[in-house]
Design a protein around this ligand. Structure first.
Ligand code: ADE
Length: 445
């Protein structure tokens, strides 16, 4: 049996956020801060109507003054429909989105509270768990993923931070489907904020930007999670990021000696770089490693019966706007576009990395043209095997480097363009106005 975790797991993590004590829309009293992402903060909160504890994830409203304006059109209707689907997802192992509250400045998601902390807190001193325990949680993960996929909902960002536990120690996948509602092209994305860390969980077909099946992308990430749980380290890793992408792209990984033959076999089929050959959720469920030690009846319960919860504890889900602040709609927060803007993965101080599916020469030619158009001197070094670096320099301003652009080849069809931006307002303006459009390939749909 997995260890039971208590509701105290978060007590140490909670601090006193400035918002503590605030009551949202007369209904939710904000408590301690549970977690913080690049743009969202998750608070413990109490539903004053029912007395239940919930988690509230607060984002800056992208429609707020100064934020990237999302387009109007019929998108809110489509997004509303999508959000409706998300709010109807009811699964034992999926953190439920109960409602969305909007104010002019913030958007708040009211979520199930996962009181047991992160799944990865259960690994032992060597950073791993037994194969049996890994199987226990992997089954719950796959059950959640399969349920959502069957309803056309995809996560697209399955990684340890999103795998939480409830107070009874059961796995809860957080934010399921929040990525899937993203169709907008406003450039702001949930991924931009939630995937600033390692891209170690990203499927290879995302790197090639040729379009992808979101279900297969989720399955890949589940495979990486399973590997990490049972091994205690990542399947694709390297001190060099570019080498790491190469390993992901080639699906090159090695299992540790203690993995059973059945687990190795399953991982080969899940971490298959060819998405069309990769297992789907049903393939995983049928695999002997997944079924080991469980009766058909038990698995059936987990995969089907254990799924839908009996009732919504809030009654019909609805979306509210602040009384005196009806615009913008709550659904604006969902106008994100994860999956299409990979550069968001690698935002760092003065550095951007963008995946492209075209030859280095084509990208660098556009960079040169952009540099000249901006009135800068363009100098090619040409030492790198992939392409570049190309230096864009400000002749008038004393020859300072405005941008340095290098291309690293990952595979025939895939490269990483690395842009190191110079300091100063001119360099920043050059990046947004000319260089970024030149570097980024047309978005995939
Ligand atoms: N952190 C992110 N989402 C959470 C949730 N639903 N419950 C607890 N902590 C969280």
């Amino acid at each position: 049996m997995p260890p039971a975790t208590g509701a105290v797991a978060y007590a140490a993590a909670a601090d006193s956020p400035p918002a503590a004590g605030t009551v949202l829309l007369g209904r939710y009293e904000l408590g301690g801060l549970l977690g913080r992402g690049a743009s969202a903060k998750v608070y413990l909160a109490r539903d004053l109507l029912t007395g239940r504890s919930v988690a509230i994830k607060s984002f800056p409203n992208p429609r707020a003054a100064g934020a990237n304006a999302a387009g109007a059109g019929d998108r809110p209707v489509a997004i509303e429909r999508e959000a409706g689907i998300l709010r109807r997802l009811r699964h034992r192992h999926v953190v439920r989105l109960h409602e969305i509250l909007a104010t002019r400045k913030k958007v708040h998601f009211v979520l199930d509270l996962a009181a047991g902390g992160e799944l990865f807190s259960l690994v032992d001193a060597s950073g791993r768990m037994t194969e049996d325990l890994a199987r226990h949680y992997f089954r719950q993960l796959v059950s959640a993923v399969r349920y959502c996929h069957a309803r056309g909902v995809y996560h697209r960002d399955i990684k340890p931070e999103n795998l939480l536990l409830d107070e009874a120690g059961a796995l809860m996948v957080a934010d399921f489907g929040l990525g899937a509602v993203a169709t907008a092209t406003d450039g702001s994305s949930l991924l931009r904020h939630t995937m600033c860390g390692t891209p170690a969980y990203v499927a290879p077909e995302i790197l090639s930007r040729k379009g992808y099946e979101p279900a297969k992308v989720d399955i890949w990430s589940c495979g990486v999670v399973l590997f990490v749980l049972a091994a205690g380290y990542l399947p694709f890793n390297d001190a060099s990021l570019v080498n790491m992408y190469r390993k992901i792209y080639a699906g090159r990984f090695r299992c540790p000696g203690w993995f059973s033959p059945a687990l190795r076999d399953l991982l080969r089929r899940v971490l298959d770089p060819d998405p069309s050959a990769r297992f789907d959720a049903d393939g995983i469920v049928a695999h002997p490693w997944f079924r080991h030690g469980a009766s058909d009846e038990e698995l059936g319960r987990l995969m089907h019966g254990g799924g839908e919860q009996e009732e919504a504890w809030f009654g019909p889900a609805e979306t509210k706007a602040d009384e005196d602040d009806r615009e913008p709609t709550a659904f604006d927060i969902l106008s994100f576009s994860p999956g299409s803007d990979l550069s968001a993965l690698f935002v760092g101080a003065g550095k951007e990395r963008v995946f492209v599916g075209e030859p280095a020469a084509a990208v660098l030619a556009r960079v040169e043209a952009a540099g000249r158009k901006g009135g800068y001197r363009v100098r090619k070094d040409g030492k790198r095997a992939g392409g570049g670096p190309v230096y864009v320099e400000d002749e008038e301003g004393g020859g300072g480097v405005v941008a340095k652009v290098s291309v690293f080849r990952l595979a025939d069809a895939v490269s990483v363009v690395e842009v190191v931006k110079g300091d100063g307002a001119d360099a920043a303006l050059f990046w947004t106005e000319l260089l970024e459009p030149a570097v980024k390939p047309p978005a995939v749909s």
